[in-house]
Design a protein around this ligand. Structure first.
Ligand code: KIV
Length: 273
């Protein structure tokens, strides 16, 4: 998969499935599930690294995890999902040269073929323009943008006509600046549907209704593995309690077999031990 293939999918009316991955194990699952693209999202800061927000994750950590994702893919090179890596907070907001160096570091040192960044202000548009002109495919991200959590919170965005018009304008500007696709997170479904109609590039929704060109989900949320699920991403299974119950069974069996062996040394050991 290449970034341009997502555009072909849109033109052909094929829905685009994007899932996050953060290591070789999750990447193998997501690839086997048939995702078209893998996002190494900065949500890994919260999901995997245990931070309270996405802000602390570093560029080096994003590269490290993207490399692990690449190692997890099993299909031959030409048939693998597209890997897109988030540029973390402050790696692209401090100037065009810094942004260029950060995106370059991702593409040079990992199997990512594209980067994602948040926002649609003039400064961000200038970054997109610079990266795209340098040959780096960029995915935009509007609506709930977790890198702006201290300003916007985790609330649904673009709830009134003025905010909707502003978001529309930013979406058009990101397309004009050269983004190959756009993530819309936690915005009204009607807005996402109409932008999907209007824009030439694919709109990939999360918490943005079903009428987008594609959908992206944080895989750990979808599998019910995260402790705090976002309200707009209901889990497909209760992965956390399934795993904990299975592990509890193993621990309990081991402990009771050791108790039994203490009182009766000929008692059988725990299964799988
Ligand atoms: O970091 C991430 O996982 C994301 C998705 C929520 C789109 O940006």
């Amino acid at each position: 998969m290449r970034p341009a293939d997502l555009l072909t999918y849109k033109q052909e009316g094929r829905p685009i499935a994007v899932l996050t991955a953060w290591d070789a194990l999750s990447a193998a699952l997501v690839e086997e599930a048939g995702a078209d693209a893998i996002l190494v999202g900065d949500s890994l800061a919260m999901v995997v690294l245990g931070h309270a927000t996405t802000l602390p994750v570093t560029l080096e950590e994003m590269v490290l995890h993207t490399r692990a994702v690449g190692r997890g893919l099993q299909r031959p090179a030409g048939q693998q999902p597209l890997i897109i890596t988030d540029l973390p907070f402050l790696s692209y907001q401090c100037g065009l040269d810094e942004a260029m160096a950060a995106a370059g570091q991702v593409l040079k040192n990992s199997p990512a073929a594209a980067v994602k960044l948040e926002g649609g202000e003039p400064e961000t548009l200038a970054v997109v323009d610079r990266l795209v002109r340098s040959g780096i495919p960029v995915m935009g991200h509007l609506g709930l943008t977790p890198q702006s959590v201290h300003r916007l919170g985790y609330r649904r965005q673009a709830n009134d006509p003025i905010a909707q018009e502003r978001l529309r304008r930013m979406a058009r500007d990101l397309e004009a600046a050269g983004c190959f696709s756009l993530v819309l997170e936690h915005v009204p479904a009607e807005l996402a549907a109409s932008l999907s109609q209007e824009l030439r590039i694919p709109v990939i929704g999360i918490g943005a209704g079903e009428h987008c060109d594609g959908q992206v989900r944080v895989t750990a949320d979808l599998l019910g593995l995260t402790a705090k699920q976002p309200p707009f991403c209901p889990p497909l299974l209760q992965g956390r309690s399934l795993c904990v119950d299975a592990l509890k069974g193993w621990v309990g069996a081991l402990q009771s077999s050791q108790d039994a062996q203490t009182t009766n040394p000929t008692a059988p050991a725990a299964p799988h031990y």
